[in-house]
Design a protein around this ligand. Structure first.
Ligand code: GLU
Length: 493
């Protein structure tokens, strides 16, 4: 089978993290089978169109390393890939269904439809539908004469095209993830296929495009599962073979329930892909994390880059149940990928972050030493700039929590240490020697290591935690370190 899958977002806002996972599963599936990954923009709902959303989708896919094979701006044999540019195709297919007697034109106004619903409600029908029964008493091409229909159309009267949904039929389909799914058509309205503004509905456009673009597998979020019976009915009406269906599990919030935008925000989880880009997350970590959000290779391995994921990914290992978004786990992945990158790989990115903060970098060698010192400690790349700020600027203030460790005898100890290291020559001012000097002071005063170490760290870095202090002091240099100790002694006494 020639595998062709599509990611079909609507450009109604920034690409949500759930949408990115859907894209990823499609991409991994396509690559696993040597197939084609199509990007299709479903922009038929003009009222929800958001300027810039399409570009955001494309940028997000590029940032994570998913290459689009066919799509807007990329081209391909089945374009155009924006639904707003395919209107004529939808009209053609809607007309085909009307001509075949599977669909009809309906001229009813909103008021007339409401009236019908009210009337039926009063007579004891709790959920009235525009369906196989009621359509017979409404204004449509099934009840009006052909003359009347033609006259109304020529007149420019508004109309929609509706699908004749069969009465009381059970629609069944096989879902690759969920198994057999069945739905009863008695709960369905006669679906609108073409709206009065001439635009297709999601259902018509989706089915026509999946068929004409030769999509072999539809892999999408569970929220679309309830639309699938309508799609199956449409495939049947056209006499087309539906693609294989696979509905992905919901992404859940750690506190339970679907991870909605609001929930994510209240739980400190970035919700849009662009927030991860702006937040300096590692794209390969996010990819790895998202791949495991509803899928696993079936062993206890956890770290796989995109190439390996493409090799490992299969639909039969996607879970049915909701997948909980664990932000701590994502940070764990992020940390892992940072450790995995060499100092040389990190250097240009760290430099960019430091430049943005306005820090001056003494030399390339200096920068790579800073990266080495912090490499094992940061979990996000911007921490090289935040945790490492004191390598590039004298601390202007001291962390309040850390200051609690500045005790009454701290000044005396720091003063003694300062006097000792002032006597060192430039060459002697190196990590091992600096540590020896500290030992001498604490021995002389008969205090524990932390009693001097903590105040020293505060004075040099402004913080209560950070990288190994002695190599850091060596790097910062004698003059600057002594200056900082003097400042702390003055300020903190
Ligand atoms: N346009 C729909 C969306 O925004 C596509 C759903 C589907 O994949 O069929 O997700």
């Amino acid at each position: 089978m020639n595998v062709r899958v599509r990611f079909a977002p609507s450009p109604t806002g920034f690409l949500h993290i759930g949408g990115l996972r859907t894209a990823l599963y499609n991409y991994l599936f396509a690559r696993h089978h040597g197939g084609t990954f199509v990007l299709r923009i479903e922009d038929t709902d003009q009222s929800r169109y958001v300027e810039g959303a399409e570009q955001d989708i494309i940028d997000s896919l590029e940032w994570t390393g998913m290459e689009i094979d066919e799509g807007p701006g990329k081209g391909g044999d089945f374009g155009p890939y924006r639904q707003s540019e395919r209107k004529a195709t939808y009209h053609e297919y809607a007309k085909q269904l009307v001509d075949q007697g599977q669909a009809y034109y309906a001229f009813d106004t909103v008021e007339e439809i409401n009236e019908m619903r009210e009337r039926l409600k009063k007579s004891g029908n709790p959920s009235p539908k525009y369906d196989s029964i009621t359509r017979q008493s409404m204004k449509n091409s099934l009840t009006l004469s052909q003359d009347e229909v033609e006259k109304r159309m020529a007149n420019g009267d508004e109309y929609v095209v509706r699908l004749k949904v069969p009465r009381k039929e059970t629609v069944r389909f096989e879902d690759e993830i969920r198994g057999t799914v069945s739905f009863d058509t008695s709960g369905l309205d006669d679906q609108v296929l073409l709206k009065s503004d001439g635009m297709p509905t999601y259902h018509l456009a989706n089915v026509v495009d999946d068929h004409t673009m030769k999509i072999s597998h539809v892999i999408r979020g569970e929220e679309w599962l309830s639309s699938t019976p309508k799609h199956i009915l449409l495939y049947k009406a056209f006499g087309w073979e539906p693609p294989v269906m696979a509905h992905l599990p919901l992404i859940m919030s750690p506190s339970g329930g679907k991870l909605s935008k609001r929930k994510a925000e209240s739980e400190g989880i970035p919700v849009n892909t662009k927030d991860y880009i702006a937040g300096n997350y590692e794209p390969d970590a996010l990819v790895n994390f998202l791949a495991y959000l509803g899928w696993s290779p079936g062993d206890d391995s956890e770290i796989h880059d995109m190439e390996e994921l493409c090799e490992l990914f299969t639909l039969d290992r996607v879970s049915k149940g909701g997948a909980v978004f664990n932000h701590k786990k994502l940070m764990w992945y992020n940390e892992n990928y940072i450790r995995d990158h060499t100092v040389e790989e990190l250097e240009p990115r760290v430099k960019e972050l430091l430049d943005a903060e306005g820090y001056e970098i003494p030399s390339e060698e200096y920068l790579s030493k800073v990266i080495e010192l912090l490499h094992e400690r940061v979990s996000k790349i911007d921490e090289f700039a935040s945790m490492g700020d004191f390598f590039f600027a004298t601390p202007e203030s001291y962390n309040e929590k850390a200051l609690k460790k500045w005790k009454t005898n701290s000044a005396e100890l720091v003063q003694a240490y300062k006097e000792k290291i002032s006597e060192l020559s430039g060459e002697e001012f190196e990590a091992a020697m600096l540590k020896d000097q500290l030992k001498e002071v604490i021995d002389a005063y008969d205090v524990g290591f932390g009693k001097l170490m903590m105040p020293l760290r505060i004075a040099v870095s402004g913080q209560g935690f950070g990288p190994d202090l002695f190599p850091a002091m060596e790097l910062i240099g004698k003059e600057e370190v002594i200056g900082r100790l003097n400042t702390a002694l003055e300020k903190l006494g």
